[in-house]
Design a protein around this ligand. Structure first.
Ligand code: GLN
Length: 484
């Protein structure tokens, strides 16, 4: 059962080949047996999952099942889930039981999905390797000595190891696409505003976006259909109808105009990764796509721009964790200032503190114009680059990451090198555009992701392009040994 796609599982449930309870139990058994080697889950909600599965079985028996009824999924532990610990990978929220559901959790539950538990992640989604988590690093199932990527590393590893058919993730600078690439799965970061951020713990509010992580574009389409849509509780949510993402999957890509940004193929790109991407581009040519070069001249500025904007926003968002109303509180504070200082000092990890300090500095009077304002201006230039490129092409294609998965510990003490693993993903977030990563090959036994970037609200096009690619390749069907 655990090797079936969501579409196959949904058909099996409807045909009565197995019940949701059996399916859910099978995944819970796999988590129990295999997750000790990965650490991809922070919390497993076995009893609630089985209860939800039985309710799904009743719904299936009544014949009023929704598309995901009875399908197990996992949530990144950044989404608030009512009555369930929602830690955001931090000691700060280790004791936090969310009193309400994130809209994404609410919508997936309404679509019938059964939550298996909450997945591990970098602390407050700050990281590219899942090593900043208070709950310890996650291992990549393709080689447990390497990182799964981050910050949605737990979701990516769990999907890759078939501990769940699909999971949610969030992407502020690449945290869906980069771990999807490193773990050999399919991940989609939607257009900013497509998926509600309500109840999704904020990191950098102008960049954060939730999206699906799954084993195929077809499954990602089913997940996104359930997650997307206007939400009056999120003022940046866009009131635009949600297309039927599954309907366009099989559209022809003949005549599709693909742009290859020349800046993505410059030095810094691993030669093995470059070969994989070139082979993927050849597949698209065989499918009738037209390929040309495009330029994103300001893309080299995306990492430094991001590391002003994201820390600035995080320093403001994380000011709410003060030890007073919820979350970690230090022991025996002598006065209010001591309570603030020690609660934050003990509750946050080193990377989160680094970001808060950078952000506070960048926003301070006298520095605001030099840093934050300047970063916002460059952000506009980066968006303009994409706008011009999309006048000529339908989608932009390139590598998701410059290298395959790196070793655990390899970059942990070198933040700048770590930050550069998002060099190809960050521009998308700064511009608010949708982007996807799909498995496209291997280098030294480790998966490589192909990134597909589309124009605003072109998720249907991205899924279509990815699906056509997955019909003529089988990279997305490969499985890490030991997790078959
Ligand atoms: N790795 C990037 C960071 O550390 C992006 C994280 C994310 O997308 N949440 O900020």
């Amino acid at each position: 059962m655990h090797n079936k796609t969501i579409a196959e599982l949904a058909a099996g449930l409807r045909a009565g080949e197995f019940s949701s309870e059996e399916l859910t139990q099978a995944y819970l058994d796999r988590i129990e047996r295999l997750d000790a080697s990965l650490n991809s889950f922070i919390t497993v909600t076995a009893d609630a999952a089985l209860q939800a599965a039985r309710a799904a079985d009743a719904r299936l028996a009544r014949g009023d099942a929704a598309p995901l009824t009875g399908i197990p999924i996992a949530h990144k532990d950044i989404f608030c889930t009512k009555g369930v610990r929602t830690s955001c990978g931090s000691r700060m929220l280790d004791n936090f039981i969310a009193p309400y559901n994130a809209t994404v959790a609410e919508k997936l539950a309404a679509a019938g999905a059964v939550m298996l538990g909450k997945t591990n992640m970098d602390e407050f989604a700050m990281g590219s390797s899942n090593e900043t988590s208070f709950y310890g690093p996650v291992c990549n199932p393709w080689n447990t000595g390497t990182v799964p990527g981050g910050s949605s590393g737990g979701s990516a590893a769990a999907v890759a190891a078939h501990l769940t058919p699909a999971a949610t993730g969030t992407d502020t600078g690449g945290s869906i696409r980069q771990p999807a690439a490193l773990c050999g799965i399919t991940g989609l970061k939607p257009t900013y505003g497509r998926v509600s951020r309500y109840g999704m713990i904020a990191f950098a509010s102008s960049l954060d976006q939730g999206g699906p992580m799954a084993r195929s574009a077809e499954d990602a389409a089913l997940m996104l259909a359930a997650m997307a849509g206007f939400d009056p509780k999120d003022s940046t949510s866009v009131d635009q109808p949600v297309p039927d993402y599954s309907r366009a999957l099989n559209d022809s890509v003949e005549g599709l105009k693909i742009g290859l940004p020349k800046e993505f193929f410059d030095q810094g790109l691993d030669s093995g990764v470059a070969r994989v991407i070139e082979a993927a581009v050849d597949e698209f040519k065989k499918l009738g796509a037209e390929v040309c070069e495009v330029s994103l001249p300001n893309s080299g500025l995306s990492v430094p721009t991001y590391y002003v904007v994201a820390p600035a926003e995080c320093s403001s968002n994380l000011s709410r964790f003060d030890g007073v109303r919820f979350g970690y509180r230090c022991e025996n504070p002598v006065d209010l200032e001591d309570l603030y200082k020690r609660s934050r000092g003990e509750g946050f990890g080193a990377e989160v503190k680094r970001r808060i300090m950078i952000g506070t500095y960048a926003l301070s009077a006298g520095y605001y114009d030099a840093y934050y304002l300047k970063a916002q201006q460059i952000r506009r230039l980066i968006s303009d680059d994409f706008r011009q490129a999309f006048e000529r092409v339908d989608v932009i294609v390139g590598p998701t990451t410059p290298t395959p998965a790196f070793k655990l510990g390899e970059k942990f003490n070198d933040p700048v090198t770590m930050y550069l693993s998002d060099i190809f993903t960050i521009a998308c977030n700064l511009a608010g555009l949708p982007g996807m990563s799909v498995p496209a090959g291997f280098v030294n036994g480790l998966p490589v992701g192909l990134q597909i970037i589309g124009n605003y609200f072109a998720e249907d096009r991205l899924l279509n392009v990815a699906h056509r690619y997955q019909q003529v390749t089988d990279w997305h069907q490969r499985q890490p040994s030991g997790y078959e």
